[in-house]
Design a protein around this ligand. Structure first.
Ligand code: SF4
Ligand code: SF4
Length: 494
């Protein structure tokens, strides 16, 4: 499979070993000049009121041993001022994450809004976002969010038994009830929100249950599915960026592919235009050749989404909060210079230049781009380092969605809504569904698998295979989708 916009010339570059090791650089000569920059600010550092088993941030406390983990008012002022200076666009996204950012207390965010108003250039607008576990939300918080037009990301892993498996408090108790209480408060006050769901070994086997819960119970129309990939060493000890094995809680590669595929099949038959799934939106943008997918992991290069610690230390990315990837401190060097410096430029470029030959030759590279360098710790079949742990799953998923994606893109180009794909697929499914209804349990399954019905489509509810029929896309890319995609480029995991 090739994409029309694929540039074969890029497939000849020589891969570099990854990751590229860097130290602190004092040379901030401008290497690039992004118009806008996404920074995930962590005002409480890694401090959280919960203790989710798979949270990759809890061990970051060790980086700042003995620290109080609270962003000072002075640093907040430096940050807002320098964030504004770093933008040439009229809109500035101010994104807060953690740890748990509500631990800072509401007055901190009231001061932030005052700072935005004080330093804004004429015509400048702000999109304030905050990623939370939802457990500390109150009417007062939600009134503030509604009044200030915050976009809130709330983390829910699925229905109670699935959510409570890993999302627990410090006593090991499930947090489902408190999170749902927080969600209902957001809804009560009309706060705009998205749901972020981490996909792990457990909920990875329940895609439809999770998707329907988010759509029907959590009543969200924007979902993000983030794969849990915890790196450990050969003995199973946490090894963050240096481990070459995925922990037992991590989602399996093929398992993640099956999860995304099942979600896609449900969405493409029932919810196109009504529900937005970030991974599917990003895929649609890549299939349409739009250049930027809205998700750094599915772009050719990255580097414009950095992470700011409570003390002003700026790291290349929230997945690379590690001394090796410290870019500098905003109290000493303007944010604009840190972002535009050689070190950060090279960090983003390395996403492309460190791809192994196996990826460069891959027919779905236009959609995958080797995903996130954090997950590239496998060896390719040719023995090259740097293959993404999730490769097998992404290959399956992207191949699976090719035909309906082409149908949607074709619909859009003809000025029809992408949601027409649902009718097209249902019509194409009809003969197959009649054959299924007519087949007995011991008959050969009409899908052509060679298995008996009772072992195949007659066994358990499985996603119906997509029809082998060309058809006709509005890309599911709307203003709502665009706003959420931009804001959530930084909201990755809490
Ligand atoms: S692709 Fe990965 S390393 Fe690059 S910005 Fe995104 S999360 Fe960070
Ligand atoms: S990680 Fe796998 S699916 Fe993605 S570009 Fe590389 S080879 Fe292709």
């Amino acid at each position: 499979m090739t994409h029309p916009s694929d540039d074969p010339a890029q497939a000849t570059s020589t891969p570099l070993p990854n990751p590229v090791v860097r130290g602190r650089s004092e040379n901030y000569e401008r290497a690039w000049s992004p118009e806008a920059v996404h920074v995930l600010a962590k005002p409480t550092g890694a401090i959280c009121n919960l203790a989710c088993s798979y949270c990759f941030f809890l061990d970051k406390e060790e980086l700042y041993e003995g620290d109080r983990f609270r962003m000072s008012d002075d640093l907040a002022e430096t940050y807002i001022r320098s964030l504004i200076e770093a933008h040439r666009t009229p809109q500035v996204t101010v994104a807060w994450q953690g740890g748990e950012p509500t631990l800072m207390g509401l007055d901190f965010y009231r001061r932030v809004i005052d700072l935005e108003n004080r330093y804004a250039r004429p015509g400048m607008t702000f999109l304030n976002t905050l990623q939370t576990n939802g457990t500390l939300l109150t009417d007062e918080w939600c009134e503030f969010f509604a009044e200030r037009d915050f976009l809130i990301g709330i983390s829910i892993d699925g229905p109670r038994e699935i959510h409570d498996a890993y999302r627990v408090n410090k006593r090991g108790e499930g947090t489902f009830d408190k999170v749902m209480r927080g969600l209902r408060l957001l809804q009560k006050h009309g706060v705009e929100y998205n749901v972020l769901t981490t996909v792990n070994r457990l909920n990875g086997d329940h895609p439809i249950e999770v998707y329907r819960f988010l759509r029907d119970e959590a009543r969200t129309d924007w979902m993000q599915f983030i794969p849990v990939v915890e790196r450990v060493d050969a003995q199973g000890n946490p090894a963050d960026l240096r481990g070459n094995v995925a922990s037992e809680r991590s989602v399996g590669s093929e398992q993640f592919g099956r999860f995304l595929t099942a979600v896609f099949d449900e969405w493409v038959r029932h919810d196109v235009g009504d529900v937005f799934v970030q991974t599917i939106e990003a895929a649609a943008r890549n299939w349409a050749g739009m250049g930027q997918s809205g998700m750094c992991v599915f772009n050719e290069t990255c580097g414009s989404g950095l992470a700011l610690e409570h003390n002003g230390d700026l790291y290349s990315c929230d997945h690379f909060v590690d001394p090796e990837f410290l870019v500098g401190n905003i109290a000493q060097t303007p944010l604009r210079d840190l972002v535009a410096g050689r070190q950060q430029h090279d960090f983003g470029r390395d996403k492309l230049t460190s791809l192994p030959r196996y990826c460069l030759d891959c027919d779905v590279r236009f959609a995958c781009h080797g995903e996130c360098p954090k997950n590239r710790f496998l060896t390719t079949p040719d023995g090259d380092p740097g293959l993404n742990y999730l490769c097998a799953g992404f290959k399956d998923f992207f191949h699976h969605i090719d035909r309906p994606m082409r149908i949607m893109i074709d619909l859009m180009r003809r000025g029809r809504p992408a949601s027409d794909v649902m009718e097209i697929l249902v019509a194409a499914d009809r003969p197959f569904q009649s054959k299924l209804r007519a087949a007995g349990r011991n008959d050969a399954c009409p899908c052509g698998s060679g298995l008996k019905m009772k072992r195949c489509h007659g066994a358990a509810p499985t996603p119906t295979p997509l029809p082998d029929q060309p058809g006709a896309p509005r890309p599911p890319v709307t203003e709502r989708g665009r706003r959420a995609a931009e804001a959530n480029a930084a909201m990755r995991q809490t």
